[in-house]
Design a protein around this ligand. Sequence first.
Ligand SMILES: Cc1ncc(COP(=O)(O)O)c(C=O)c1O
Length: 388
Amino acid sequence: MNDRIYLDHNATTPLDPEVREAMRPFLSERFGNPSSIYQEGMDARYGVEKARMQVAELLGCEEEEVIFTGGGSESDNAAIFGTLRALRERGRHIITSQIEHPAVLRTCQYLEKYEGYKVDYLPVDRDGRVGVEDVAAALRPDTALVTIMLANNETGAIQPIRELCARAHEQGVRFHTDAVQAAGKVPLSVGELGVELLSLSAHKFHGPKGMGVLYCKRGTELFPLIFGGGQERGLRAGTENVAGIVGTGHAAMLARRRLAEDAARLGELRDLLENQLLQRVPGARVLAGGAHRLPNTSLMTFANVPGVELVAEIDGLGVCASSGSACSAGTTKVSHVLSAMGVSRAEGLSAVRFSLGRDNTRQEIERAAAVVAECVERMRLEARPSGR
Ligand SMILES: Cc1ncc(COP(=O)(O)O)c(C=O)c1O
């Protein structure tokens, strides 16, 4: 497996060896329950609180504003349901965008269908950006929450959260952002963003899977998603996943420490990949190229080559990437993000996402570009009637 080139870091990242080492004792001898008042419990509590401090440093917030959860999806659900239940009196209107992750989109769809909420799904421009004025125009006296992602997982397009949030605040509406794809790739300061709620997922920044964070600004009333013991200030019941929390904290510390270097390097490698593919592959195009994007993410289309098949071809040659469409029930569906950007179905079917990570090397990127270019050329030749 070692000579494989992994370019799907927006799907998940490998656990950093340092993170694994930090977690290891909490999977064996430091097994106590953090709620126990004797030594073993206090030892586990120390691990949890140290991690909370590390996450607080990444986000530029107070430790008490950090809630550990079971992943990005849970954080998104907790932010949305928790807000609506706490603000029942305020109203039943939500503003979100058409390009959110299903953890937000499906939650909103559920609320619309079964709980009588009205949801505005804001459009995006051709580069996948939500318009600040669109949010302002959608706000109503009964709007309870605006939830718009910080960076899109497919395109990498970064939304103007500070400006969007300021508009919501002008009307006294609170703001949640799904920042799952942003951690470790762009600076994340909740003070600068201005948001009340923000979601993270540890496995997207070299931490463990099944671990997330919900930032909840002090004074923001929130109802829990999971009731039970008083863990996480009563906002997320259940005995803590101590090793997972310790790993999340350590990964947050590394993400903060390495951010400047990682972002600069990833940006260079991503540009190299795009330039090589644009030069070598006729009809190749970068989507969302006009947007401020995550430095590691590239969503490209290769005219007339099915993305799903291209992903399978390059997989056979050792390169991992993901397609911008998915097969279900015998038909291939273009992602909702591409549809929202106005990308045609024909072009959307040829989309492939490359998402780089801190361990990728220049040689890997050059090799991956060559593999993709060769595969596209071969597939196009084979698709021609005379090529068969
Ligand atoms: C933008 C975004 N939000 C939420 C999630 C869900 O995170 P998790 O896998 O930790 O539930 C993902 C994962 O792909 C994501 O990309």
